[in-house]
Design a protein around this ligand. Structure first.
Ligand code: GLA
Length: 738
């Protein structure tokens, strides 16, 4: 059993393959204390770890120091305003305006499997289990039923253990069992108190065109955080945080990570206390959040994913990759090779029509490309980004002969067809906005901020969602459309809803996200064979929440292969390669103006979903002729890339010269190493690169070479990579055990 209760010791003990997580009930007041998280240890009495502060420690025997006790006891889920001065996990305002809240243990249950979180994306034991047909063997759930009797609130803390992946998920359900409505002003999903081990904080930051760059910083006293209140997880910061021992690296050292299965506002924070403890918290950002909870209602906090490894950041990466591939991503395409697509955005922008698209499709199909995706500009009268969002009717002046005709023609070429939508938005210049200005988010008396000349719809409203879904479904039913790119090109502001009452205006951001989830759930249910790719101005909503609905997400609008090395490094640190939308695009690159060899562009895109984003009819003959070879490699190596274990060998963003990573099959019989020499060094001898993740006992042949190499030698002595003249040279090495 992964989870047990040690009754005498009052300890709940959660084990995964290599980790133990222990929490305990302390004192007659039933405080829920965090006791231990880290390397797996034998089950035993470690309740002595909860004796902090002044003897005899607990308030029932030493109430004169109650506040000191509350302020030092490691807590699982800290109350607010009653003497623990560290970051609280929950905050509740009563009708009288008071804010105190306590979290006292009352009862527990331990069950096989995992309950769903209503309205939210969340991990599951298995997809069969989701359909109610078993598969419960892979995880277990502990629920601690806690209460605040003064408020009449029940607070359930949920912990699920995924043994194989070394992951523990947490979430919280708050129910109002009292007679008055209360206002939840903060409901975090997880809190973790650890003794400081000279930790550093690893986060991901970015901007449009340079998402998810890895950052590592010291943890000073006080609070340091990353967060978003942009209404989406954002380009700028990411709902992920890791604490790593100062000397921990890719392959060794203690690392704790927390990741949030949510696509809206978040806060991820490390607080270093006076006693050198670190309190790590994660949840919906409390700024602008205020949720009215009426009697008998419940609020479900999104799920946080926790993982620990004593084997460095690389193992955290592999734990999360396995977790998401096995227990989060759903649907037909989860384990399948995706069709090689060509998207017309960078090829034509808004300037296309049926004839142009068919010209691209024809040429692409001859080269082995399998799907045409028609991007922005096919609806309303949209010829630039100033109009028509919300008017999801085909513009037959551009799509002459209609959509079905275009799709049929593409299908006749042997290709699939995909389409772009931006469902959450409305242009001021649209029929939708003229008919329903009240459907856009706005605060009465203020002119709402435009961004890309568009407003965000109030997606928390059922009538808005119904309209949008109706439009999308009508288009999707009208032709054989097999892929949708769901975009979101502005962040939220002016949070005012004409629909919600004054006291519920603080719910808008979260309701927006719940509305988004509802529509994507409906879409994937009605169109189960559809390949959905999420997108947000590039990769601003690349998060585990969206992965529950779409197996892949567009990673960045920056398609430059060298910039992508950095973006894909940060992304692959926590997301499987199967999820990373990556395309070969034209040069000079439209974002950075750089020229890179066509071959390198292909090699970098191969570590993602793989596709093209260029006008194939305008390529040089030499480049065109490279496409069939690239597609052949995709078909040959992509099962390995999607399913294998990913090891980072070198990072261009830190060494500024070259990038290197390897994907090794689970049975260690095959591997594909990617090496990109970004800067050719003058007078540089060849480089020794030590591989990772192989079986030291196996002998491997590298494709294209006659020699075989011992796995032990490859990992300890390395292979030689010649310094090639010139910059931006990419190479792949395929290894097969003999
Ligand atoms: C966003 C996407 C792009 C493209 C444009 C269309 O920026 O990230 O790939 O779809 O919108 O307007």
């Amino acid at each position: 059993m992964a989870i047990v209760y040690l009754e005498k010791e009052k300890l709940f003990w959660i084990d995964t393959k290599h980790t133990s997580y222990v929490l305990g009930i302390v004192d007659e007041e039933q405080f829920v204390s965090h006791v231990y998280y880290g390397k797996k240890i034998r089950r035993q009495d470690i309740s002595y770890l909860t004796r902090t502060g002044e003897k005899p420690y607990v308030p029932s025997k030493n109430n004169r120091e109650r506040s000191a006790f509350l302020d030092t006891l490691p807590m699982e889920y800290a109350g607010n305003g009653l003497g623990d001065y560290r970051e609280s996990s929950i905050s509740v305002r009563t009708k009288d305006g008071h804010e105190g809240v306590a979290v006292a243990f009352e009862a527990y249950d331990i069950k096989k499997g995992k309950p769903r979180l209503k309205g939210l994306p969340a991990t599951f034991c298995s997809e069969e289990d989701m359909q109610g047909s078993g598969g419960e063997e892979t995880c277990m759930t502990l629920t601690l039923h806690c209460r605040d009797n003064v408020l009449g609130l029940s607070i359930d803390l949920l912990y699920s253990a995924f043994e194989e992946e070394d992951v523990i998920t947490r979430s919280v359900i708050v129910r109002n069992t009292g007679e008055n409505a209360v206002f939840l002003t903060k409901v975090f999903s997880a809190s973790l108190d650890l003794d400081n081990q000279d930790f550093e904080m690893v986060t991901l930051h970015g901007s449009w065109g340079r998402e998810r760059q890895v950052e590592c910083r010291e943890i000073g006293y006080g609070k340091q955080s990353v967060g978003s209140f942009r209404g989406e997880s954002s380009h700028q910061e990411h709902p992920f945080v890791a604490l790593k021992e100062k000397h921990a690296g890719e392959d060794a050292g203690d690392v704790y990570a927390m990741h949030f299965i949510y696509s809206g506002n978040f806060l991820a924070q490390a607080e270093r206390t006076q006693h050198n403890m670190i309190r790590l918290t994660m949840g919906i950002h409390p700024q602008n959040f205020c949720w009215k909870l009426n009697p008998a209602e419940e609020f479900v906090a999104p799920e946080a994913v926790l993982t620990y490894s004593s084997a460095g950041m690389g193992q955290i990466t592999r734990n999360l990759h396995d977790m998401y591939r096995n227990h989060l991503i759903r649907g037909e395409y989860r384990d399948k090779k995706r069709p090689v697509l060509i998207n017309n955005w960078e090829a034509t922008y808004f300037n296309f029509n049926t004839e142009k698209l068919l010209e691209i499709a024809k040429s692409a199909s001859e080269l082995g490309i399998e799907m045409l995706v028609m991007d922005d500009g096919w609806f309303g009268h949209r010829n630039d980004d100033n109009s028509s969002l919300g008017d999801w009717q085909v513009n037959e002046e551009k799509i002459t002969g209609g959509l079905k005709h275009l799709v049929d023609e593409v299908n006749n070429l042997g290709m699939k067809f995909g389409i772009w939508f931006e469902p959450e938005m409305v242009s001021p210049d649209s029929k939708l906005y003229r008919d329903h200005p009240e459907w856009a988010l706005r605060i009465p008396g203020r002119e709402p901020a435009l961004s890309r000349n568009q407003y965000a719809l109030d997606f928390g409203r059922g009538d808005v969602r119904e309209y949008v879904y109706g439009c999308m479904a009508r288009i999707l039913r009208s032709a054989n459309i097999e892929y949708v790119k769901w975009d979101m090109n502005r962040q939220l502001s002016d949070l005012g809803s004409a629909f919600y009452s004054p006291e519920c205006q603080g719910e808008i951001s979260h309701r927006y996200v719940l509305g988004l989830y509802e529509v994507q759930e409906r879409l994937t249910r009605e169109f189960p064979h559809l390949l959905l790719e999420n997108c947000s101005g590039g990769g601003a909503r690349f998060d585990p929440g969206m992965l529950y609905y779409s197996p892949q997400i567009w990673c960045s609008d920056d398609t430059d292969a060298i910039e992508r090395l950095k973006i894909q490094e940060g992304t692959a640190m926590i997301y499987p390669l199967s999820t990373i939308g990556a395309h070969v695009s034209d040069c000079p690159n439209h974002t950075v103006g750089r020229n890179t060899p066509f071959e390198t562009r292909g090699i970098v895109a191969l570590s993602g979903t793989f596709g093209y984003e260029l006008d194939v009819t305008k390529l040089s003959e030499e480049e065109r002729m490279m496409i069939p070879g690239q597609i052949k490699k995709y078909h040959r190596y992509h099962d390995l890339i999607r399913r294998g274990d990913y090891y980072r060998i070198a990072s261009y963003s830190s060494n500024h010269e070259y990038d290197c990573y390897i994907v090794v099959s689970k049975d260690k019989r095959e591997a594909l190493m990617t090496f990109v020499q970004v800067l050719g060094m003058p007078n540089c001898r060849s480089r020794r690169i030590c591989l990772k993740g192989l079986n030291p006992e196996y002998n491997y042949q590298i494709e294209g070479r006659d020699e075989t190499y011992g796995g032990d030698a490859l990992m300890s002595c390395g292979i030689l990579i010649e310094n090639q003249p010139g910059d931006f040279k990419g190479q792949i090495f395929y290894l097969l055990a003999q």
